[in-house]
Design a protein around this ligand. Structure first.
Ligand code: NAD
Ligand code: ZN
Length: 367
């Protein structure tokens, strides 16, 4: 295989981070340090799961005049849902907050990133789907992940789907990166086991795809190797949710996010994106469904994945592509092959020679 340069030379990382059990207790001080006379109020976007977890929410130092919104996780962010939230915040007078706190999983973190950019840049979310379209820095933002794996806490994007056009693409920009990230592994103890596995595997999958690809970046490779090591530590252990393992996975998620900032994914993500666009499956569970049938393309990762899922006794949805109609087949093919960069990374520029329509469909039919 020829190794190609990713071309990515200048990389923006998270401004500061705080790590350790109990570090979420520092959020109050971090927010208060941003409050000024002209911008005294903050915006808190909190995963819906914490709506009735009074103790956790109370510890964040939210004041009466701050904006507090609980973010639903039934659906992944759409450009429309982001626009609605921005309008609601503006209507309640929160146009230039001291900071925005995103407290939750990838959905909540991505929502915080998108809202921060829109409050200063104006316009609609759909106008910024792409690369480097955000013109000015967003509002200061603090990310506090409560589930590990996507790396959303570290990346320069926030994934959103435009429900009108079907385009699933984030605001890829240096301005999308969090100013401060608080990594507190104690927050992930309540995540349901299946969800913990699916989201955690996103870190593993990003990095095995990057390391198997032909576009490479030496720093990205180093992040990826350590991410894969940590994921093995977690998912090949007897209890993936033991305290020390949840700490490992939080580090893996962060490093995995740093890794994808300098590299590209491979075949799993395009197929997974097609499952999300066509059937509305969430990103992380869709990735696992895809890797489960990728033995021809990623034999070693596939067998390791099977070992992990059996060891951790995790269930995977089956029959998601049963009874495909011609229309659905065409939609799945189109939604897969549009991801040219990752497919080229994995299979070369003539990836369609390997990934024929018939082969794509036979893979979907195994899911
Ligand atoms: P999520 O936000 O989808 O949440 C998954 C579930 O876990 C939800 O039900 C949520 O309420 C629950 N949850 C979260 N924390 C919990 C806790 N501590 N205890 C109990 N339940 C908890 O989580 P995710 O899988 O991290 O994120 C998926 C999203 O991330 C997708 O929208 C995807 O597109 C996006 N993503 C973003 C990037 C990026 O770089 N920005 C990368 C990959 C994926
Ligand atoms: Zn992913």
């Amino acid at each position: 295989m020829t190794i190609l340069d990713t071309g990515i030379k200048v990389v923006r990382n998270v401004g500061r981070f705080t790590f350790g059990d109990g570090s979420a207790a520092e959020v109050t001080d971090l927010v208060n340090a941003r409050r000024t006379e002209s911008s005294p109020n903050a915006i808190y976007l909190i995963d819906d799961f914490f709506k009735d977890k009074k103790q956790v929410v109370d510890a964040l130092g939210i004041r009466g005049a701050d904006a507090k919104h609980f973010i639903g996780t039934q659906k992944e962010p759409s450009t429309q849902s982001i626009d609605e939230l921005v309008v609601a915040l503006q209507a309640s007078g929160h146009t230039s907050p001291a900071t925005i706190v995103g407290f939750g999983g990838g959905i909540t973190l991505d929502t915080a990133k998108a809202v921060a950019n829109l409050l200063t840049n104006g316009g609609k979310a759909a106008e910024y789907q792409g690369w480097d379209l955000v013109r000015v820095p967003g509002v200061h933002k603090i990310g506090v992940p409560t589930i590990s794996g996507t790396g959303a806490e570290a990346t320069r994007t926030c994934v959103m789907t435009n429900l009108e056009t079907g385009l699933k693409l984030g605001m890829n920009s240096d301005y999308t990166v969090f100013d401060h990230v608080v990594l507190d592994p104690s927050l992930t103890s309540t995540v349901p086991r299946n969800q913990y596995f699916y989201t955690g595997m996103d870190a593993y999958i990003h990095c095995i795809e990057a390391l198997a690809g032909s576009y490479r970046n030496a720093i990205g490779d180093a992040y990826s190797r350590e991410t894969v090591n940590l994921c093995r530590n977690v998912f090949l252990s007897s209890d993936m949710m033991a305290d020390a393992r949840r700490s490992d996975l939080m580090v893996a998620s962060y490093l995995g996010g740093c890794a994808i900032a300098t590299s590209y994914v491979g075949i799993v993500h395009p197929f997974s994106a097609a499952l999300s666009v066509v059937f509305g499956l969430h990103h992380c569970v869709a990735n696992c469904i895809v890797l489960n049938v990728m033995s021809e393309f990623y034999p070693q990762a596939h067998s390791e994945f099977r070992k992990m899922i059996e060891l951790q006794k995790v269930e995977l949805p089956t029959g998601v592509c049963a009874n495909l109609t011609d229309e659905l087949r065409q939609a799945l093919i189109a939604a897969t092959i549009k991801h040219e960069k990752p497919l080229t990374n994995a299979l070369g520029a003539d990836f369609r020679a390997t990934l024929t329509d018939a082969r794509i469909i036979s893979l979907f039919e195994k899911m």
